[in-house]
Design a protein around this ligand. Structure first.
Ligand code: ISJ
Ligand code: MG
Length: 473
């Protein structure tokens, strides 16, 4: 098992790093990667609750074969730039840092210095509250240390930003302390539901239904083809929400979904989404068209019947094809080879089933992960089509602030690998309050009552993880 080198070698590395800082007048990120005994990242997440609450992140892929658990904030990059500039501003800040990174130890993709964070859905939406303010238009952090689970392997990364004025002994101490912390046995942590829902508020039902009606009229007048309208639910609690409990519930009850948690001091954005926006590993990029929905059946037969109904439903197919067309267009432009199947299949999560078309490609030289994020977001699965007309409609008619809901959340490393999901089936936890979000794609033949029912199903996973009911199937 590889470990942090003995202190003499470590001293040399640190001295080298300090020289680099002086030579280039720029701080450096020194990153150590080493394998540790198999550990449960959920347990690690919770064992740092008291010392690092507000400074953690968590990420798991739908099959849970790739998990990140980040602790502490070594570096924070934020931007309040509007439009596409929020993407490129973050990218250029990270690019500056990329010239000043030293990594020690074998570091497979997903280890070493990587940023975790996300972007706002729409910087042009007027914010009437300060609910999302600490999240900025984009915010990414480099963790002080991180656990990466790849299959059965558990790797640890310790990062340190070294400034020219830093003391060498203190830096060495940083690495040794975290190495000790990561290797020691974690206490078993179980959390129990010790917070209960006091009040559930749903806002603006009438206004929302009217907005759906208005959208269908405008679609029939060919002003646009599709728009996604979302709703907000506020849950108020007796006792403080325990994020470890919520995450454990999502982990257990939402297989087939990505898990993400972004802590930001007192606020936490958390969700279990089935929808990948884009992943890039070396030159391979993947995205997914997820749009068109139907409930789960109570029996295997009923479930299959619903799936077949969805696969042949013209309204849902139309809703889905708009997304396929838009994502395919981006891939054809930015990739040299594109693979996608002609017809959607079914993606099932415990609460709902969706039409699903995965898209894959090999990126053309010169395009980056952030280029894809910028160009894809929001896909017509979350915004609509055409993009600008749909966004304008959402801005004017949707009675809520989306913040980071339905926006890209994920990670990126220094070699342009990374993955972003579409942050749906999610909520913003703020002490004794949780704001949950759910939306649905409106097309010409959408019926307000049916779409309303679809959002109720989509609130289900977060409601349940917070101690509320699991939607009846
Ligand atoms: C907007 C949401 O979901 C999106 C809308 C869907 C639909 O309308 O069929 C399906 C999947 C998602 O792309 C949400 O869950 O909040
Ligand atoms: Mg729908």
């Amino acid at each position: 098992m590889v470990s942090i080198p003995c202190s003499d070698t470590l001293r040399d590395k640190v001295a080298n790093a300090v020289n680099h800082v002086k030579k280039y007048s720029h701080p450096i990120i020194l990153s150590y990667v080493f394998e540790i005994k198999e550990k449960d990242p959920l347990q690690i997440f919770s064992s740092f609750q008291s010392a690092y609450a507000g400074k953690r992140f968590y990420w798991a892929t739908p099959d849970r074969t790739f998990i990140l658990c980040g602790i502490g904030v070594e570096l924070e990059l934020t931007t309040d730039k509007k439009f596409s500039n929020r993407f490129f501003d973050i990218y250029s800040k990270w690019k500056d840092w990329k010239e000043h990174i030293q990594i020690e130890g074998a570091h497979p993709i997903g280890t070493g210095p990587l940023l975790f964070g996300g972007f706002s859905f729409d910087p042009l939406k007027n914010a009437n509250s300060s609910k999302w303010k600490p999240f900025h238009e984009a915010r990414f952090t480099l963790p002080s240390f991180m656990i990466t689970k790849i299959g059965r392997h558990t790797l640890a990364t310790i990062n340190r930003v070294i400034q020219s004025t830093d003391d060498i002994n203190e830096i060495i101490n940083h690495f040794n302390t975290y190495e000790y912390t990561l290797k020691k046995k974690n206490e078993d942590t179980n959390s129990f539901l010790n917070f209960t829902i006091k009040k559930e508020s749903l806002f603006y039902k009438k206004e929302w239904m009217a907005a759906v009606e208005k959208a269908t009229e405008q679609i029939k007048q060919n002003r646009f083809e599709k728009v996604v309208l979302a709703r907000e639910m506020l849950l108020e609690f007796e006792g403080s929400i325990d994020i470890h409990y919520v995450l454990s519930m999502l982990n257990e009850h939402q297989p087939n979904c990505y898990l993400f948690v972004v802590e930001n001091e007192g606020k936490t954005f958390v969700g279990a989404t089935p929808e990948r926006l884009v992943s890039k590993r070396d030159q391979k990029v993947q995205s997914a068209c997820v749009a068109g929905s139907i409930k789960r059946g109570k029996t295997v037969e009923a479930d299959e019947e619903y799936a077949q109904m969805l696969l042949s439903d013209t309204k849902n197919i139309h809703e889905h094809q708009i997304v396929v067309k838009a994502i395919e267009k981006v891939f054809r432009e930015y990739c040299q080879e594109v693979q996608l199947q002609n017809n959607p299949t079914i993606l099932k999560t415990p609460n709902i089933q969706h039409l699903y078309t995965p898209v894959e490609g090999t990126v053309k030289k010169g395009f980056t992960l952030i280029d894809f994020v910028e160009k894809l977001h929001p896909t017509p699965a979350l915004g609509g089509y055409p993009k600008d007309a749909a966004l304008a409609f959402i801005r004017n008619e949707e009675p809520l602030e989306r913040g980071w809901y339905a926006a890209p959340v994920g990670w990126m490393d220094d070699q342009d690998n990374g993955e972003f999901v579409v942050a749906i089936r999610s909520g913003l936890l703020d002490e004794q309050k949780a704001y949950l979000y759910a939306g649905c794609g409106i097309v010409g033949d959408s019926k307000p009552e049916e779409e309303y029912r679809e959002t109720e199903i989509k609130f289900g996973p977060m409601q349940h993880a917070l101690g509320g009911k699991l939607n009846e199937k």
